[in-house]
Design a protein around this ligand. Structure first.
Ligand SMILES: [Zn+2]
Ligand SMILES: [Zn+2]
Length: 234
């Protein structure tokens, strides 16, 4: 990482912490919030009731969708808060690539407005590969999960699962190829016998990474895997 980029990130981080917040979306004063109340009310929500309980895609009446019936994923349920659309997509990118950590807190606060996961034993942020973690300096999923763990009184598991492989670009691969690409991408460092795990991630696209993570957790003994996602792509 060049010194200039490092300095820019540090400045963004400090600005996030110290300066009176301007709304990330409209730039107006926001009273210390990352997004002002007016913009918050306009953010694109993912349907909660009329969504497939397994993959969180829209589904009439909240029925399990055809794809999840045909090929049930390894995870049991998914809740996604926002649709991955403007301006949520920009917010996620700003958090990930420009160190706008106040947005992690903002997302966590919105997730805390959902009913807490029932019977959960631990929160597990989607692990980043060690290379990626060094490059970025933080795991955005862990930053989002941290306030949830505190509010719900659940342990935050940062070392339970390691990402073993940097996954090559998934774009352009079909679903089967993506799944093959991800095989054994994760390694579970301890038994999870009988545990109900809540996985936290910023974005769910095909769900292939989440599926492979859930497969690993269940192979490690987990009985239930629930995904809690900030934004779902359509
Ligand atoms: Zn605003
Ligand atoms: Zn589904």
């Amino acid at each position: 990482m060049s010194n200039t980029i490092a300095l820019q990130r540090l400045l963004n981080h400090v600005a996030d912490l110290l300066l009176p917040q301007e709304c990330f979306v409209c730039g107006a004063g926001s009273g210390g919030e990352a997004v002002c109340a007016a913009c918050r009310a306009e953010l694109p929500l993912q349907p909660q009731e009329a969504a497939c309980p397994v993959c969180a895609l829209p589904s009439p009446g909240g029925a399990v969708c055809g794809r999840c019936l045909r090929e049930p994923p390894a995870f049991d349920t998914t809740r996604a808060l926002f649709a991955y659309a403007f301006p949520v997509d920009r917010m996620v990118q700003a958090l990930k690539y420009h160190h706008r950590l106040a947005l992690a807190r903002f997302f966590a606060d919105r997730l805390l407005e959902l009913p807490p996961p029932e019977g959960a034993d631990l929160l597990l942020p989607m692990p980043l590969h060690a290379h990626r973690l060094r490059e970025r300096g933080f795991n955005q999923a862990a930053e989002i999960a941290r306030p949830l763990a505190a509010a719900w009184g659940l342990p935050l598991e940062l070392a339970t699962v390691r990402r073993e492989r940097e996954v090559p670009a998934q774009a352009g691969l079909d679903r089967k190829a993506r799944i093959a690409n991800l095989r054994n991408a994760f390694r579970c460092a301890r038994p999870l016998t009988g545990l109900h795990v809540v996985v936290v991630d910023d974005v769910m696209t095909t769900g292939a990474s989440l599926n492979e993570l859930a497969r690993t957790l269940k192979a490690g003994g987990a009985v239930r895997v629930e995904n809690l996602i900030v934004a779902r792509t359509p």
